[in-house]
Design a protein around this ligand. Sequence first.
Ligand SMILES: Nc1ncnc2c1ncn2[C@@H]1O[C@H](COP(=O)(O)OP(=O)(O)OP(=O)(O)O)[C@@H](O)[C@H]1O
Length: 268
Amino acid sequence: MKQRSYLAIEDVTVEFPTKQGPFCALQSIDLSVERGEFVALIGHSGCGKSTLLNVVAGLVKPSRGVLFLDGDVISGPGPDRAVVFQDHSLLPWLTVEENVRLAVDKTAGDKSKAERRDWVLHNLELVQMAHAARKRPGELSGGMKQRVGIARAIAMKPRILLMDEPFGALDALTRAALQDVVMELQATLNNTVLMITHDVDEAVLLADRVVMMTNGPAARIGEDHAVAMARPRDRLKALDMAEYAAARHAVVHFLHERYRNPTVGRAA
Ligand SMILES: Nc1ncnc2c1ncn2[C@@H]1O[C@H](COP(=O)(O)OP(=O)(O)OP(=O)(O)O)[C@@H](O)[C@H]1O
């Protein structure tokens, strides 16, 4: 019998009820992610990336199909699937430390108060934010808030880390710094990650595989490209690597030739 993958998305279809009748967002999606694999999901706006991520998060129920995580059926949200959103969603009245602590309290089991505090600070150190533990979100830059959002997610020791355009609102340089943080975390923790991005370079630099979605409605997985670049990766060295160019070419070709942006050329 075939061994099921760590994350197995099997024949998932999502239809949303609308006034005009059911709207099919995703059609028969099959996707497997192995433990420790980093998968980037890319596709034009509105194709269904967030819907797919939300199905894995348990926030959207599939109309058809089933999902397994480490052998367990996904039937609703749970702390084993931490989500990092584009909007950091930190509670503004709590300090950085308290924000992360809130997530740790949900998952820490029988850890003592001191152990929880150490764990929170350890995770803030991993994203280089321990120095700001006492600050409130209002005192932080956008990039710093996203770092805290990532610390909060990994502090839960999720079975899978789900990231929905985590750096979409950041300027290019901050974004690059955050990508480096994610690569460092991956080298240490080897998380299983499913990340949505619109950025081809980000997808290729960070991911083991870039999964490309067709335009909706009834979006499907169009192509699945393995990025054959060794780790650790360096953004400057990557630019000269044939594997980087090949992966980039495959994704750009898919997005701009095979599945052009459906909104381009449409009357306003
Ligand atoms: N609750 C809902 N009810 C009806 N339609 C929905 C609902 N949620 C999403 N959709 C539709 O499903 C399609 C996919 O939406 P989704 O947000 O998953 O796309 P996306 O690829 O993440 O877009 P973007 O890149 O712009 O964030 C869109 O056409 C959207 O309008």
